[in-house]
Design a protein. Structure first.
Length: 124
């Protein structure tokens, strides 16, 4: 599988990743580091307590990394939580809607990690 095929499987934006990182080698290096980030678990833990600060920080970190990698779906979903819990903003979602959004992000994250691991196995 090529990087372009990986991006197609996850619904990512390979062209955006190229604009930001310029080289396949660099993109590949950071894509392979992504599963080690544990963003999904960190966000899930923050969601269990509904701690606004932890939710903002974990969603904001995921949004930024995913945006730089061109993982647009994950970045957008994490961005919605980021804005929901941005300090000074008033909440729009119910707790159940927040939990549902976290579950959705978790599924997207796991799918992305699964495809990256498939890609990694094919590279060795």
């Amino acid at each position: 599988m090529t990087l372009q095929e990986l991006y197609a499987k996850i619904g990512g934006n390979y062209e955006r990743a190229v604009q930001i990182m310029k080289m396949d080698k660099l993109i590949g290096r950071y894509v392979l580091k992504f599963p080690k980030s544990n963003f999904g678990e960190i966000l899930k833990t923050a969601g269990e307590s509904l701690d606004p600060t932890a939710l903002f920080e974990s969603a904001h970190a995921m949004k930024g990394v995913c945006a730089n990698l061109g993982f647009d779906g994950l970045s957008e979903a994490a961005g919605k939580l980021t804005e929901e819990f941005r300090p000074g903003s008033s909440r729009q979602m119910t707790d159940d809607e927040v939990r549902s959004k976290i579950d959705e992000i978790g599924r997207m994250y796991e799918h992305t990690v699964s495809v990256i691991r498939e890609y990694e196995q094919e590279q060795t």
